[in-house]
Design a protein around this ligand. Structure first.
Ligand SMILES: NC(=O)C1=CN([C@@H]2O[C@H](COP(=O)(O)OP(=O)(O)OC[C@H]3O[C@@H](n4cnc5c(N)ncnc54)[C@H](OP(=O)(O)O)[C@@H]3O)[C@@H](O)[C@H]2O)C=CC1
Length: 320
């Protein structure tokens, strides 16, 4: 089964190719605990978390309880990724964020620590999520204007051994070029939106060319619709035809496509049966792979709409 595949990061650390997404936007209390428990029971060994998701405590409790019930599984068998949020980019805040995540996740090291976005937002004194007067984040600056202080703090965490690997999320080719020009420790991963409506092919290739492993968020197309047609990835007729003839469900086909393209996939579900089936990922035949590639070719529908959320377009070159 393709689900047990692992990759080796540019510093030699191994990462399971399938990670469980934990962003339960507006999820009810306890939803993340139940979902992560189910995921660990089904066999996922990679959890994708973030300080911003405000549910690391539930992930930590689920992990702690699972390990207590299953003494044959050790902390080091589980790969944990988490991320520093936009208003915690000052070097001292990066460390604060790291410690805060460790404490909520009930772990003393993180396997992969990422800079969540290449933008810095206004900082709130109590570190709660800052929303501006019009309900939007207050963006202060593009981190790529000077990512060096933030990245140096990330490098210190890696050098201390508390973060086994460090990386970024939502970075463009231009941003990565800049980061690579001064990084003492290269980013190991760039976590970005990838599905057939936003294959991000150029950025993915740039990452591979620079030994940065891409990780696909929203690999099932999230819940979003193409603004112009209203279509979701999971409603696409061709993709559903591929699923039908392959004998697998569409989510499995989408995940298999991502694994065959060679990167990490991070599906999220709060539904027990889907958590289970999303971890049963087949190998795609050449024909089925080509059919999904054909849907993907030339498509560029960015679902995480930065302009609406942040009033700022983070990925100008890829999102058009
Ligand atoms: N770095 C970043 O900026 C970002 C990172 N992420 C990460 O990526 C993860 C996944 O991304 P996300 O946006 O949640 O999108 P996904 O593409 O994983 O889609 C999740 C949606 O698909 C549904 N779903 C899951 N499995 C199936 C299935 N088998 N059949 C039909 N529907 C299904 C879920 O419903 P239900 O839960 O009801 O089953 C949910 O509504 C996040 O949880 C987070 O960890 C996401 C966004 C941004």
């Amino acid at each position: 089964m393709a689900s047990s595949k692992t990759y080796t990061l540019n510093n030699g650390v191994k990462i399971p190719a399938v990670g469980f997404g934990t962003f339960a936007n507006e999820g009810a209390k306890g939803e993340t605990y139940r979902a992560v428990t189910k995921a660990l029971e089904v066999g996922y060994r990679h959890l994708d978390c973030a300080w911003f998701y405000q549910n690391e405590d539930e992930v930590g409790d689920a992990l702690h309880d699972f390990l207590s019930r299953n003494p044959s599984v050790k902390r080091e068998d589980i790969f944990i990724c988490t991320k520093v949020w936009n208003h915690l980019h000052r070097p001292e805040d990066v460390k604060w964020s790291f410690e805060n995540s460790c404490s909520k996740l009930r772990v003393d090291y993180i396997d992969l620590f990422l800079v969540h976005w290449p933008i810095a937002a206004e900082k709130n004194d109590d570190y709660s999520v800052k929303i501006g007067p019009d309900g939007k984040y207050v963006i202060l600056r593009d981190l790529t204007e000077n990512p060096e202080p933030t990245w140096r703090a990330m490098e210190e965490l890696a050098e201390s051994g508390r973060a086994r690997a460090i990386g970024v999320s939502n970075w463009t080719i231009a941003g990565l070029r800049q980061l690579l020009s001064f990084a003492r420790i290269k980013p190991a991963v760039n976590q970005i939106e990838i599905h057939p409506f936003l294959p991000n092919t150029e950025l993915v290739q740039f990452c591979f060319d620079n030994q940065i492993l891409p990780a696909a968020y929203s690999p099932l197309g999230s819940q979003n619709q193409v603004p112009t047609t209203g279509e979701t990835v999971r409603e696409n007729r061709t993709l559903n035809e591929v699923a039908e003839r392959s004998g697998h469900n569409l989510a499995q086909v989408l995940l298999a496509w991502g694994l065959r393209r060679g990167y990490v996939v991070l599906p999220k579900s709060s539904t027990p049966s889907r958590i289970e089936s999303n971890f049963q990922i087949p190998e795609l035949s050449d024909d089925d792979f080509e059919a999904v590639e054909e849907v993907a070719r030339g498509r560029h529908c960015r679902f995480v709409n930065m302009k609406d959320t942040f009033g700022y377009d983070v990925w100008p070159e890829e999102s058009k």
